[in-house]
Write a protein that binds this ligand. Structure first.
Ligand SMILES: *[C@@H]1O[C@H](CO)[C@@H](O)[C@H](O)[C@H]1NC(C)=O
Ligand SMILES: *[C@@H]1O[C@H](CO)[C@@H](O)[C@H](O)[C@H]1NC(C)=O
Ligand SMILES: *[C@@H]1O[C@H](CO)[C@@H](O)[C@H](O)[C@H]1NC(C)=O
Length: 282
């Protein structure tokens, strides 16, 4: 009778049969470890590369304040200083004093625009040669207001500037009488944006208190803001209605913001437009 106990050869065979899958398991674990190590090394080097490479955008969070890629003008020339019409809000009471700020940047040979006053200035104040020409705001006293009537007038400067139909204007840039523009920088920034689109460009206040009181997404007038031609055209249609609706707003910049927001045009925030409040004690 044959024994059922396995021979040595059979045992060897069996052990071989078992050893084979065991080896596969070893290879599998080994290659898994190598793979994990490679992944680990790759992610460390990616992190190091991203941290030290200035051009890497892999780990950067997209931001609305990031400059647009240069706008390629097709069919028209690059935006230059002559394509901007400045509108400066001022009053005869303070203009003589404040015009010093405007004279810092106003270049009679290249800049175009007007300072808008609340009444006809005397001969000494008006149209000083080499200085920004004056205009008197019209038709602004008929609007309701709650705190400041001059806010209505200044909000309407974009309307009145547009109505002058100055040729070849791409951007309306609004500012206060103490706003200082670095026109060269302003031009190079605006040239990045397509002036045929609806753009409302500016910056909020550096004062958190002001931002909370008004809005973070509002361009503050003190830092100046820019409105593209087509947006100005739409604003002109709505402006008087907006002034009626937002009569209880405090400032002029807030009224413009209200009107622009109604149209669903967001603020394009640029850090170059600064609003700073200085508080002096004497
Ligand atoms: C600005 O561009 C216009 C064309 O749109 C051109 O006629 C004008 O000479 C340019 N002005 C300056 C100062 O470069
Ligand atoms: C202001 O200048 C105009 C001429 O430009 C002159 O007719 C007018 O009398 C002057 N007014 C005053 C108050 O000097
Ligand atoms: C100043 O000059 C401009 C033309 O450059 C003219 O339109 C405006 O009426 C003048 N303003 C005053 C107050 O004389």
């Amino acid at each position: 009778m044959q024994t059922t106990s396995p021979t040595r050869a059979d045992q060897l065979k069996a052990s071989n049969l078992f050893a084979f899958p065991e080896k596969i398991g070893d290879y599998f674990v080994f290659s898994l470890r190598v793979g994990l190590l490679l992944c680990f090394l790759a992610s460390i080097s990616l992190a190091i590369f991203s941290a030290f490479s200035p051009n890497s955008h892999w780990l950067s969070i997209p931001s609305r304040t990031q400059a647009q890629p240069e706008f390629r003008t097709s069919g028209h020339e690059r935006t230059n200083i002559s394509h901007i019409l400045f509108g400066i809000g001022a009053s005869i009471a303070t203009w003589r004093e404040r015009s010093r700020s405007t004279n810092l940047w106003w270049d009679p040979k290249s800049t175009r625009g007007f300072v808008w006053l609340d009444a006809k200035p005397d001969n000494q104040t008006s149209n000083i040669s080499g200085s920004i020409p004056c205009r008197v705001s019209e038709d602004w006293t008929r609007f309701k207001y709650s705190s400041s009537q001059s806010a209505v007038r200044i909000a309407r400067i974009v309307y009145e500037s547009f109505k002058l139909r100055v040729p070849n204007v791409r951007w309306f840039v609004m500012g206060d009488d103490d706003t200082v523009f670095f026109t060269h920088n302003l031009v190079s920034v605006l040239a990045r944006y397509d002036h045929n689109q609806l753009y409302y460009i500016g910056g909020n206040s550096e004062s958190v208190e002001q931002d909370v009181m008004h809005a973070y997404e509002m361009a503050f007038g003190g830092g100046g803001f820019a409105i593209s031609y087509p947006l100005a055209a739409r604003l002109v249609e709505r402006m008087d209605g907006c002034l009626e609706r937002y009569y209880n707003f405090y400032g002029s910049d807030q009224r413009v913001w209200g009107c622009v927001s109604e149209m669903g045009v967001p603020l394009t925030r640029l850090r170059g437009f600064h609003q700073v409040r200085y508080f002096c004690r004497d």
